[in-house]
Structures are given as C-alpha cells and as structure tokens.
Design a protein around this ligand. Sequence first.
Ligand code: AKB
Length: 315
Amino acid sequence: MKRVLVTGACGQIGSELVIRLGKLLGNGNVLATDIKRAPDILKKHGNFTYLNVLDSHMFAKEVVDFEADAIFHMAAILSASGEKDPQLAYQVNMTGLMNALEVSRRKGVQMLITPSSIAVYGPDAPKLQTVEDAPLNPTTMYGVTKVAGEKLLQYYHIKYGLDTRSLRYPGIISAETPPGGGTTDFAVDLYWHALRGKPYSCFVKEDAALPFMYMPDAIKAIIDLAKAPAERLHRRVYNVHAMSLTAGDIVASIRNHIPDFRVEYRPDYRQEIADSWPASLNDAPAREDWRWRPDFGLEAMTRDMLDRIKRKLSD
Ligand code: AKB
C-alpha cells in the first residue's frame, strides 16, 4: 500500500482516515475524494478531488491518474437514512461498491478495503458476543447492502484474486466530523448537547445496549487490517468491538463531568433498528489474526471527547 484513494473522504470516518493515512504514507500519496466540499480538517491535507462513486468512468480515471494501488471505499448511506430512502441506499452502497471492485480489478489496484457494519445482523442473531458466522438476516436496507457487499468482496477475492478486506464496525463516536444518517448517531449528539448546555431528546431508549468504538480505535483498526500481511488473514471480513454501551451509560459518564446535563428519551423508528442489532460482538479472529486491541473504554473516551469538543467550540 503506497498510493491510496479514499472515497467518502468527507464523512465521519473518511475525514480522519485521510489524515492518518497522510501521516503514514505522506500527504502526496493519499487522494481524498467525495461528492461533498472538503471540510476544513481535510483542506490542509494534500489532494482532494470530486468523485461520484456511481460514475464508473470518473472512478477509473481518478484511480489511473493517481496510480492508486489501494482503495479505501468509505462512501455509504447509513442505516437511518437508508430506511428513509432504501432505493438510494441500494444504489450508493451496491453500485458504489461494485464500481470500486471493478475499477480495482480492471486497473490493477492491489487492495480494496471497505467497512461493513453490525447492521449485517438481524433480530435472529445472538445479542451478546455475536460471532462473524452468526445468521445474517438484516432488517434494514443498509444491512442488506452490507451483507451483499461482504459476499461480493469474497467473490472478487476468490474469482479474481483481488485482496479485499473488511471489518464490521460498531457505532463510531467521534468529535471531528459529525456522523450523518446512522442509528448510533445519538451517542455523538449527546456529547455536543452536553457541552453546549442544551437538553437532549434521545431517539433511542435509555437501556438499549449497542456496540460502540471511539474514532482513534476505528482508524487504528482499519489501518492495521490494511497493513496486516495477507498470509495472516483467515477471513475477508472481521468483527471489531470495543465497548457495549446504552445511552444511559454514556449520559452517566458525561454527567461525571457535566452533572446538570438533561436528557429525555423519546424512541422513534431508529429504536427498532437498534433492537435488531447485537449488543456486543465477539472479535476473537481479529485479535488473533492481526492483533486487534482497542485502546479506549468509556471513561477515557468521554474525557477525550469533551476536551476535543470544548476546543472546537472555543475556536
Ligand atoms: C449506523 O448507525 O447506521 C452506523 C453503523 C452501526 O453502521 N453507525
């Protein structure tokens, strides 16, 4: 991995991934792409270009011109937005991935790495310590596209020898770039509301546990997976887990620092999505094959989130 193209680079994960990859490979070796305008955090970090992942010709041209040998395909519509417009989620998540796979195959890209999600599981999967090979019967379009995407990665690996890699992310909590359209976005909203001194109306129940991870761990996970020697990998897709949290756990942790933070719970359609997902994942294969270990637990994450958001609010 020497020259990488990142799609969805303006997103919650993409924006921080580009910066980390720039530090690793040199800014000139990372091409950040998106259909959105580059956020400030990206502007000072090297190359940024417009790329619509649904346009296969544009996609191929950028890959060839940049001489990319790896693609981090981050562009996707998340679960809650996907339930508002399932056809758009299908188009962006499936056609976008298919274009990424085809351009990789045809233009000699060596590795394609793209996130999957806890959304691949449905209500029939075990709730706790869910393993990779548990039943995959998602009830969201996002989940359906992620299951199909995982199968496509496997297919391209077997049929064409493409080095495809993926990890099932839990909800990601971060301070830099806001998430958009996910069911787990409430976790990030909680921190911002607390620091702005505003009450929060939470769209999931207080006591519904979901798997979460702090952004530095999410970036570490995808980069470590990309760097892992191929011979160490026994699967294309790995679960990664850091902590199982309810909204109430996060609120309690924030209240250790901001005791008068007020929250009311008004679950909406996103509660049903959350209910269909596991509360914790078993990530033993990632720990074994590429030594995955999260660094952050709830308290360390809360301290860091509050510090970062405070700095951003005072900028
Ligand atoms: C979402 O909530 O849709 C995402 C995810 C868990 O993949 N954050």
